[in-house]
Design a protein around this ligand. Structure first.
Ligand code: IPM
Ligand code: MN
Length: 347
């Protein structure tokens, strides 16, 4: 397996190093071959060369079996154009239409809600990843004046909505999940989200064994906090998915634990922790690498390395329940020591 690794900026560099450490160890233990090729694209690289990503960058990425990204974002690049090209660009150019974000509580102690057990927080969010409000369509008129008009269009296509909703149902079927909940704001966004309504009904009708539920996104946010146990599979648009997966990360114990995959089934896909580059924490060996390590596990699982992925997940779980991790999850280890611990646990 050949993986393109883009550590990126800030703590992304540190958490990626630990995820790679665990990947190497896992390949070793299972007698597998994995080749990790680091690509330098980052804020540093941009500031040094003036290039966010070379013109053949996306074509280069397509040649790998998988892509791993740490985090992107740096105060020295105020408009974060490198992040747009490298992260959003990869999602768009490789057409990675599924943003797969599992929300799983590993230890009751980590949940900010009172009296919640791991069984109460165990669902999956499928976030549409190639359209919505992220397409950058719109413009500013009379910018910088008191008459400024800013327009940001939300793009919804039949094809785009259909393929993410279908993916959610296919996942539910394969994983033995009972229900799929689609969240939109069709009571206010009466054009674009009417399309979501139509497609959801159409696709749901093809999956008789799976309960199809609809919630407005604001109600979903409420219920995710009040009664998260009811959720199995959630499917929603790009922006709403962005927001509720941060909320989901909070339910599972913090952004440092959240993992994600950006997928186009059957094609080269990209895996990244949900956390950002966290500039104030960078270089201090304090960032939690668990989200990055769990993203590496998602990558192996997607590649069909099921036992290897399960071993990493079990090792992380073991570390977390034994309090072996960084400060914000109640441990006393640094980033590197957490990676060492999980790697040893894989063995
Ligand atoms: C995420 C991030 C990105 C997003 C940012 C960095 C553009 O918040 O992956 O959730 O909004 O998609
Ligand atoms: Mn986000």
């Amino acid at each position: 397996m050949r993986v393109a690794v883009i550590p990126g900026d800030g703590i992304g560099v540190e958490t990626t190093a630990e995820a790679m450490k665990v990947l190497r160890r896992t390949a070793d233990v299972f007698g597998r071959a994995i080749e990790l090729e680091t690509l330098p694209w980052s804020a540093d690289h941009y500031l040094r060369t003036g290039v966010t990503m070379p013109p053949d960058g996306y074509a280069t990425l397509r040649q790998f079996d998988a892509i791993f990204i740490g985090a992107l974002g740096d105060p020295r690049v105020p408009d974060n154009r490198h992040a747009r090209d490298i992260l959003l660009g990869t999602r768009f150019e490789l057409d990675l239409y599924v943003n797969y974000r599992p929300v799983r509580l590993l230890d009751a102690r980590l949940c900010p809600l009172k009296d919640r057990a791991p069984a109460d927080v165990n669902f999956v969010v499928f976030r549409e990843n190639t359209e919505g409000l992220y397409v950058g369509v719109g413009g500013r008129f009379k910018a910088g004046t008191d008459d400024e008009i800013a327009i940001q269009e939300e793009l919804n296509t039949y094809k785009g909505v259909h393929r993410i909703v279908r993916h959610a149902f296919e996942f539910a079927k394969a994983a033995g999940r009972r229900s799929v909940c689609m969240a939109d704001k069709s009571n206010a966004m009466t054009q674009g989200h009417a399309l979501w309504q139509r497609v959801f009904r159409e696709v749901a009708a093809q999956y008789a064994g799976i309960e199809a539920r609809h919630l407005y996104i604001d109600a979903l946010a409420l219920l995710m906090v009040q009664a998260p146990a009811q959720f199995d599979v959630i499917v929603t648009n790009n922006l709403f998915g962005d927001i509720i997966t941060d909320l989901g990360a909070a339910l599972q114990g913090g952004l440092g634990l959240a993992a994600s995959g950006n997928l186009h089934p059957g094609r080269t896909s990209m895996f990244e922790p949900v956390h950002g580059s966290a500039p104030p924490l960078a270089g201090k060996n304090v960032a939690n690498p668990m989200g990055a390590i769990l993203s590496a596990a998602l990558m192996l699982d997607y590649a069909g390395w099921k036992h290897e992925a399960a071993a990493i997940e079990a090792a992380v779980q073991h570390a977390v329940v034994n309090g072996q991790g960084t400060k914000e999850i109640g441990g006393s280890l640094g980033t590197k020591e957490t990676g060492d611990y999980v790697a040893a646990a894989v063995r």
